[in-house]
Design a protein around this ligand. Structure first.
Ligand code: GAR
Length: 205
């Protein structure tokens, strides 16, 4: 059974999709903790499901690396990143760049979901950027996290056509409708060994 630590910053609808999937005893992963950089509303989803939560705020530390060490310690307390089974850290709407030391510690057992077809539109405003670029399609990417900003090896993508006159919120919601099942499926495939993160990281250009 793959142990998951999920990191969020916002409403946590992707987290909820993972919680729903993991409630099925047949699902090959379970969420052992949910962490955030802030008092994210989505933490309530974890609490409702009886999953332990923690908040580690960057502003409480002198630098990003120190914040990353504290985040790592909080995750390891729940048995992810320690012992013979590495577990998996899932960034599901964490709106922070993870520090290099943190990435090195968990790599390659560290994935992110991003609301664009990477390498297009990395960063914090992916949906807005796709609209501003006049794109006719965008989508979602689940990828291994490396030390860059949304640059790690792509695991799965799904495409969404952009409709004329659509707002950022409308488009983001339609992306999320594909994103939630894509993230769940990707985690499932990793847990079953059908998707090998070390192999994906080695194969990356
Ligand atoms: C998701 O669409 C995720 O891809 C995005 O935040 C949303 C979180 O939604 N992440 C980023 O933009 C990271 N750069 P949720 O809180 O409802 O799961």
């Amino acid at each position: 059974m793959l142990k998951l630590a999920v990191l969020i910053s916002g409403g946590g609808s992707n987290l909820q999709a993972l919680l729903d999937a993991a409630a099925d005893p047949e699902f090959p992963a379970r969420i052992v903790c949910v962490g955030s950089d802030t008092d994210a509303p989505g933490l309530a989803h974890a609490e409702a499901a009886g999953v332990p939560t923690f908040v580690v705020r960057p502003r409480d530390y002198d630098d990003r690396e120190e914040w990353g060490q504290m985040l790592s310690a909080a995750i390891q307390e729940h048995g992810v990143g320690t012992g013979p089974e590495p577990g998996l850290v899932v960034s599901a709407g964490l709106m922070r760049i993870l520090p290099a030391g943190f990435v090195r510690e968990f790599s390659p057992h560290l994935i992110n979901t991003h609301p664009a077809l990477l390498p297009l539109h990395p960063g914090a405003h992916a949906v807005r950027d796709a609209l501003a670029a006049g794109a006719t399609e965008t989508g979602v990417t689940v990828h291994v996290i490396d030390e860059g900003v949304d640059t790690g090896p792509v695991l799965r993508q799904a495409r969404v056509e952009i409709r004329a006159g659509e707002t950022e919120e409308e488009l983001h919601e339609r992306i999320k409708q594909l994103e939630r099942p894509l993230l769940v499926q990707t985690v499932r495939d990793i847990a079953l060994g059908e998707l090998d993160l070390a192999e994906a990281a080695r194969a990356a250009p």
